[in-house]
Design a protein around this ligand. Structure first.
Ligand code: AMP
Ligand code: TRP
Length: 334
């Protein structure tokens, strides 16, 4: 049986945090053998906010290495860097010309980021979801595993595909409609300093997130200083206690325990008793990922060769879709 195709990506803005890992990467690893997978480091997306040219390249390599360190297996996955495959930019342009501006102005993430960036909003930030649609549609992906925050962008991707097929497909499906794959657990990991805000790379406070490469001491310190409340006993689902819910969820996911088991184990614990449990589970979960990361980075030329192979495989598929789109739009052949 032919396997369905999966596509997803993460931006190389700094290190990956537990939100990226639990909301996205971990799920990619868990289901990888059921699908034909394409996982991309979306560096073209990273320049929609002010970025540092000195670190963009190495940040992209770091993310690719973390994909491998987290357990993605090249037998099932193609791993590559978005800017290495020029079809992404090219399809984004073509899709721009069929996407109404007001669809983009309605995107929640655009509105939030535009407020954060103040005066400094570039056209790329508005256009970000069209590039994301191009990423996905180029590979004719069936499924896109992401965190909850990306749901609206996936709906837009489908709308763009429907519109393209309708206007230019002459009854044929040129761009396949992808389905989101959003797992409930881990879909929204919240900040350590505010349980009502999602954990994010762009939060100015490093104490708000745990990064996959944080050393044990840093993890210990961040959990020690995270926001708590004055109630004794740990409970899920109390709207008055978002931090408690978030940290219990993290504990369950990282220790591999069910919600019911965590609820029973932690019911009578105070914060001072719970925090060391969470610290230990986090360090133990990240330790093998960090060790594998060091191994990958130490092997001269290995990562480059993975990314080169990835690029070649990705280019072949993306090129086919791009040609079909250009044909449908009526461009003259090269
Ligand atoms: P980004 O860091 O914005 O490139 O996000 C990469 C992936 O991580 C996407 O699938 C997001 O949905 C997911 N993600 C980012 N932040 C969180 C979070 N706080 N909780 C769960 N998933 C997240
Ligand atoms: N916008 C996504 C995010 O911030 C990253 C992304 C870019 C992506 N292109 C994608 C995710 C294609 C899935 C599929 O999380």
């Amino acid at each position: 049986m032919v396997k369905q195709r999966v596509f997803s990506g993460i931006q190389p803005t700094g290190n990956l945090h537990l939100g990226n890992y639990l909301g996205a990467l971990r799920n990619w690893v868990e289901t990888q053998d059921q699908f034909e997978n394409y996982f991309c480091v979306v560096d073209l997306h990273a320049i929609t906010a002010p970025h540092n040219p000195e670190t963009l390249g190495t940040d992209s390599s770091t993310i690719a290495a973390l994909y491998l360190a987290s357990g993605l297996d090249l037998e099932h996955c193609t791993i590559f860097i978005q800017s290495h495959v020029s079809a992404h930019s090219e399809l984004a342009w073509l899709l721009n010309c069929i996407t109404p501006i007001n669809w983009l102005e309605d995107m929640i993430q655009f509105k939030e980021k535009a407020i954060k960036q103040g005066q400094n909003v570039n056209t790329g930030l508005l256009d970000y979801p069209v590039l994301m649609a191009a990423d996905i549609l180029l590979y004719q992906a069936d499924k896109v595993p992401v965190g909850e925050d990306q749901k609206q962008h996936l709906e837009l991707t489908r709308d763009i595909a429907v519109r393209f097929n309708h206007q230019f497909g002459k009854g044929k499906t040129i761009l396949k409609l992808p389905d989101p794959m959003i797992r409930q657990e881990g879909a929204r990991v919240m900040s350590l300093t505010d349980g009502t805000k999602k954990m994010s790379k762009s939060d100015p406070s490093d104490l708000s997130r745990i990064s996959l490469l944080d050393p044990p001491e840093a993890i210990k310190n961040k959990i020690k200083r995270c926001k708590t409340d004055a109630v004794r006993g740990m409970t899920f689902d109390d709207p008055e206690r978002p931090e408690c819910h978030n940290l219990l969820s993290l504990y369950g996911l990282l220790a591999g325990k069910s919600k019911a088991d965590v609820a029973a184990e932690c019911l009578d614990l105070g914060w001072g008793q719970f925090k060391p449990l969470l610290t230990e589970a986090t360090i133990a979960h990240l330790q093998p990922i960090q060790a594998k990361y060091q191994e990958i980075m130490a092997e001269q030329g290995y990562l480059e060769s993975v990314l080169k192979q990835g690029r070649e495989k990705a280019e072949a598929i993306a090129g086919e879709t791009l040609e079909a789109v250009k044909d449908a739009l009526g461009f003259s052949r090269r």
